[in-house]
Design a protein around this ligand. Structure first.
Ligand SMILES: Cc1cc2nc3c(=O)[nH]c(=O)nc-3n(C[C@H](O)[C@H](O)[C@H](O)COP(=O)(O)OP(=O)(O)OC[C@H]3O[C@@H](n4cnc5c(N)ncnc54)[C@H](O)[C@@H]3O)c2cc1C
Length: 435
């Protein structure tokens, strides 16, 4: 009996319940389908740094699988086509994958299920809690973070599962092609590489060796570099690290070293991730609607020149320009930076927030559907913010977080490029996900 495991946002061996569930098969085909969503907000594809990080993550997973006599078949084909073809070609009897939110991703799975004559099982594993641990049904999930947090911070997080010691062999006729290697190198200001080993190294280094978590509450609002916050999101988003592995390390640190307001604050941030994950599961297509999950109609514009200026870092605000240059060059922006840049597009340009979210989706190496669209809705005032959205005073933000202008100077915020209109943003689009 040959089985197929479709990796998605769980690019790891350890703490991967879906992979473990297929470890007893006679033969196993491990597959990954490169992201292939249709154009959205007139943007297509992924930025160079996001592509690089994903390729490194896939290469690392392939090597880990090879150490167990396996391998990863990476396809640039839509999973709706690829999985159905592979099931026929290799006489697959059972298919598995891990749960991940996102309307488009859900549609893909539904379509695969309809076409398959064998079972497709979806396993939890990318969250702190399983759905059955939530206080009620998904449809009654709190719309705001505070009640969600109160209900869940008292629930025990299960320990991560071990990696399988052995895996079944792949089907004899499968040929694993050499993984494509990215031409991009990590940006010198943000030298992070994909893969579980790199994620584990970052976790140990930041939390245990550097003890960065001890004063995390004071440093988390930084704008640059690797020292202010954990910078674990790139590995959490690809699934190279599981959130339960991060929580376990945090609990061990609190028990063996120190527990304080900062360590608790980090756990709260993991709960924010959890909150946006489950909200995305509950909200489906509403996550991508202009009126958001609240259905709150707002008069927003699409203005191609404003959007192009924002994307290129060519606005009247040097700090926003610097942030956008940082994002495109390095694939990264800190949480504070994301809030400032998002607020500018939404409030100063009164722009449809979804274009900004789509631009972040393309470039952020930690892109995560629930966290990205959930946070954008929050700032735009159509999501989960009890205060109805966030409008930051840009001068005040610059005074607080870049008082000497070092960040702005480093990322050339005062020297915007000559205006030119990127093709991506030039036309008024059709809204594919509202169809
Ligand atoms: C407009 C906007 C878009 C965003 N898009 C994404 C995205 O695509 N992917 C993503 O992972 N995060 C996103 N975030 C949330 C947050 O900015 C990042 O998770 C954080 O900056 C990652 O850095 P870190 O790992 O050092 O976080 P830390 O501060 O060290 O926090 C630890 C972990 O907690 C989680 N976390 C922290 N803050 C948030 C938050 N506000 N929402 C959800 N989870 C959080 C992340 O998993 C993070 O790795 C977005 C925020 C904004 C305002």
């Amino acid at each position: 009996m040959t089985e197929l495991y479709l990796f998605r946002t769980d690019l790891r061996l350890a703490d991967n319940p879906g992979l473990l569930a297929h470890a007893q098969a006679d033969s196993l085909l491990c597959v990954y389908c490169w992201p292939s969503s249709p154009p959205w907000c007139n943007l297509t594809g992924v930025g160079a740094q996001r592509e690089r990080f994903l390729q490194e993550s896939l290469q690392a997973l392939h090597e880990e699988l090879r150490a167990l006599g396996q391998g990863l078949l990476v396809l640039k084909t839509d999973p709706r086509i690829a999985v159905v073809q592979l099931v026929q070609q290799f006489a697959i009897t059972r298919v598995g994958t891990s749960a991940t939110p996102g309307y488009y991703e859900e549609q893909q799975l539904r379509s695969i299920m309809e076409r398959l004559e064998v079972p497709l099982e979806i396993y939890a594993g990318n969250t702190l809690f399983e759905e059955r641990q939530l206080p009620g049904e998904l449809k009654s999930l709190p719309r705001q973070f505070t009640p969600f947090k109160k209900q869940l911070e008292v629930v025990t997080v299960s320990a991560p599962l071990p990696a399988p010691r052995q895996l079944p062999r792949p089907p004899k006729s499968v040929r694993f092609r050499a993984q494509p290697v990215s031409n991009a190198l990590p940006h010198p200001t943000f030298p992070v590489r994909g893969g579980s080993d790199e994620g584990q190294r970052r976790l140990r280094h930041w939390m245990v060796e550097r003890r960065g978590v001890v004063d995390y509450k004071q440093t988390r609002n930084y704008l640059d570099g690797l020292d202010g916050s954990s910078v674990l999101s790139p590995w959490l988003a690809t699934g190279a690290l599981s959130v339960r592995q991060v929580a376990q390390q945090l609990f061990a640190f609190e028990e063996e070293d120190l527990s304080n307001g900062s360590t608790r604050w980090l756990f709260q941030e993991l709960l924010w991730r959890e909150f946006f994950y489950w909200r995305a599961m509950a909200d489906g297509a509403h996550l991508f609607r202009l009126a958001g999950i609240l259905g709150k109609k707002q008069l927003r514009t699409f203005e191609a020149r404003d959007f192009a200026r924002w994307c290129q870092g060519d606005t009247d605000c040097p700090l926003v320009n610097a942030l956008m240059h940082q994002l495109v060059a390095s694939g990264w922006m800190t949480n504070r930076g994301r809030q400032i840049a998002a607020s500018y597009l939404v409030n100063e340009f009164n722009h449809d927030w979804r274009y900004g979210a789509a631009f972040f989706e393309k470039y952020l190496i930690d892109y995560d559907v629930g966290s990205n669209y959930g946070n954008w809705q929050y700032i735009a005032g159509v999501g989960t913010d009890p205060r109805g959205g966030r409008h930051f005073n840009q001068n005040r933000q610059a005074q607080l977080y870049d008082p000497h202008g070092l960040f702005t100077a480093k990322w050339n915020g005062d020297q915007p490029k000559q205006p030119r209109y990127i093709n991506d943003a030039a036309d008024c689009p059709l809204d594919k996900r509202d169809a």
